[in-house]
Ligand binder design. Structure first.
Ligand code: ATP
Length: 363
């Protein structure tokens, strides 16, 4: 079985959707190449599902257009777009067996009986449900039901598969397994996939490219590595696990780096965006990039306040003499009230311009 349809690229051109007076999605421009796994990522309410539903044809656009190569798609009803869809609630037919659920789309398309049988068997094999083919959905686990939903979507060999938070009802272990499963199917079937999630780890692990949305607008498009190591602004940094976001003020330059002051700290990092001395800024660093100094005098003195056990590592909240709170991760056994010195790795510290109206640290 091969899916993917015959198209080179799908283009969203200024796709917008308004509800009442406000933009749920404002001018989404995106070109998806055949074979890509694209994830729309962002916090609740940022417009991910709106974008997916516009693509699927379930929501009319307020502005913009959607193209598959030279064919305009946004004027076509959903069933003529040739997309497969997988949603969070699997929406299986409860009274039909797994096999019949999967075969349904092929029957609707009047595919010949023998071909329905062959393609359905193949799809069942792909999602490892051979032993369950004659059961009803109610007799399956959540993960198995989600596999039926995926098989049902891909069996018709859609040109594009749309998935809206398909794993959010599953427990943590199943989510991990299904992540790999979806990625494997995407590759082995040569699918083109648009996936929606608010889970950054899921997005990073599965996608070729991420589209990060906030308040209906695209904030960054890039590979998982680009978005992970160099988020385009402080909001994306926050979302991508830069848990330490310190208000600071730009003091000057140091080679390619920027020096900032705030909360009694003088820090060096990489600037993301234009900033001049005196400008308010935000210094961002992940807890795992705040390390305990090797020797006394090697870092900033802090007091440990809260310690959480997290398996191999501890997660700790520490406070500087000037009152700034930092989160760090360490394998060292720490206890509340311990006094330690920490180093904020300059190679991992990013400095973003503060938002307008957002104050920086005291110079
Ligand atoms: P979630 O992860 O919570 O599903 P999302 O990123 O998918 O969020 P959307 O469902 O696309 O977000 O919603 C974007 C914005 O549009 C939200 O502010 C939402 O309240 C609004 N919205 C979505 N659907 C409707 C609707 N049918 N009527 C009115 N407003 C809507």
């Amino acid at each position: 079985m091969t899916a993917g349809g015959r198209f080179d690229r799908l283009r969203l051109d200024g796709v917008s959707r308004r509800f009442g007076g406000s933009d749920a999605l404002a001018g989404l421009d995106l070109t998806i190449e055949r074979g890509e796994f694209i994830t729309l990522l962002g916090p609740s309410g940022c417009g991910k599902s709106t974008a997916l539903n516009c693509l699927a044809g379930l929501l009319p656009l307020s502005r913009g257009s959607i193209w598959r190569d030279e064919t305009r798609l946004d004027t076509l009803p959903p069933e003529q777009r040739g997309f497969g869809m997988v949603f969070q609630n699997y929406a299986l037919f409860p009274h039909m067996s797994v096999r019949k659920n999967i075969a349904f789309g092929l029957r609707m398309r009047k595919v010949a009986r023998a071909a329905v049988r062959r393609r359905t068997d193949e799809a069942i094999r792909l999602v490892h449900l051979e032993a369950h083919a004659d059961k009803l959905p109610g007799q399956l686990s959540g993960g198995q039901q989600q596999r039926v939903a995926i098989a049902r979507a891909v069996v018709v060999e859609p040109s594009l598969v749309l998935m809206d938070e398909p794993l959010s009802n599953l427990d943590a272990k199943l989510r991990l397994e299904m992540r790999t499963e979806i990625r494997r199917l995407h590759q082995s079937l040569g699918l083109t996939t648009v996936y929606v999630t608010h889970d950054q780890e899921e997005a990073l692990s599965m996608s070729d490219r991420l589209v990060v949305l906030r308040a209906g607008r695209v904030e960054q498009i890039g590979t998982p590595e680009q978005v992970h190591t160099r988020p385009a602004n402080r909001h994306i940094a926050d979302f991508m696990g830069f848990r330490n976001l310190l208000p600071v003020r730009v003091a000057g330059q140091a080679g390619d780096g920027v020096v900032v002051d705030g909360a009694g700290l003088r820090l060096t990092g990489s600037p993301v965006g234009e900033m001049r001395p005196g400008d308010p800024a935000v210094a961002a660093i992940r807890p795992e990039d705040v390390r305990i100094a090797d020797q006394p005098g090697g870092g900033v003195e802090v007091t440990v306040e809260v310690v959480e056990y997290q398996g191999r590592e501890l997660s700790a909240e520490v406070r500087t003499g000037d009152g700034a709170l930092l989160h760090l991760r360490t394998a060292r056994r720490l206890a509340p009230k311990d006094r330690i010195e920490v180093v904020l790795d300059p190679a991992r510290l990013l400095v973003f311009p503060a938002d307008p109206g957002e104050g920086g640290g005291e110079p």
